[in-house]
Design a protein around this ligand. Structure first.
Ligand code: PGA
Length: 240
């Protein structure tokens, strides 16, 4: 079955490298569904020149108005953007995004036909205290408050342990499976909806195949290396 590979460029890639990146990523042959989330500065060139789906890294909880520096789901929709990351741990921790704000962003996305990719995950301290499942359950139930089978087409949850992001360290395959099974069970119980569960955090060319083999994992979210064209081409090709 086709997998989803989300590329989160974060605040990387400068304008002089943009054409080269798009030209090269367009050459990648894959049956998997690639969703590229570039800096919002480059949403337009990616949308108009890149053959893959495009998502935003962030979205406002408001529709329009005096919110300097923000990007709304209505604006994304007007450009034909289909996805947005919501609640990435960098947004939660560096920009103090709360569960309530994340829920508002999710609802605003749904109002404007943007599929939110809801990111959840525990800190190292929480993992060590064996609080991973509680944390994830909490984050998911807050994020999806108000969602029902009629207002959502796809429910995408990305499990990204904070300690694995950018660290080169990943949970074991068994640990990832335990969490993705858990996410499946809580969503199916509440919504009779099949969730799409991604794993993110130090995914690379040596671990991607094994991670994608987990039966309750539908794809991966790749951060920092996704803006490095040669590395990401190789990873996408390995994932086929
Ligand atoms: P990483 O980041 O691949 O650099 O670990 C993942 C993410 O932040 O989504």
């Amino acid at each position: 079955m086709n997998k989803i590979i989300v590329l989160n460029h974060k605040m990387n890639l400068t304008y002089n490298k943009l054409d080269e990146y798009i030209e090269n990523i367009n050459k990648v042959k894959t049956n998997n569904n690639i969703i590229i989330c570039p800096s919002s500065l480059y949403l337009d060139p990616f949308k108009s020149k890149c053959k893959f789906s495009i998502g935003s890294q962030n979205v406002s909880n408001e529709s329009s108005g005096a919110f300097t520096g923000e990007v709304s789901s209505l604006q994304l929709k007007s450009m034909g953007i289909e996805y947005s990351l919501v609640g990435h741990s960098e947004r939660r921790n560096i920009f103090n995004e709360t569960d309530e704000l994340i829920n508002e962003k999710v609802m605003k996305c749904l109002e404007n036909d943007i599929t939110p990719i809801i990111c959840v995950g525990e800190s190292l301290e929480e993992k060590e205290k064996d609080e991973t499942l509680i944390k994830i359950n909490n984050q998911i139930s807050h994020a999806i408050l108000g969602i029902n089978e009629t207002n959502i087409k796809e429910l995408i949850i990305a499990y990204e342990p904070i300690w694995a992001i950018g660290s080169g360290i990943t949970p074991t395959i068994e640990e990832i499976k335990k969490i993705s099974d858990y996410i499946y069970s809580i969503i199916k119980e509440a919504y009779k909806l099949k969730p799409i569960v991604l794993y993110g955090g130090s995914v690379n060319k040596t671990n991607i195949k094994e991670i994608l083999k987990i039966d309750t994992i539908d794809g991966v979210l790749i951060g920092t290396i996704s803006s490095k064209i040669e590395e990401i081409k190789e990873i996408i090709e390995i994932s086929n």
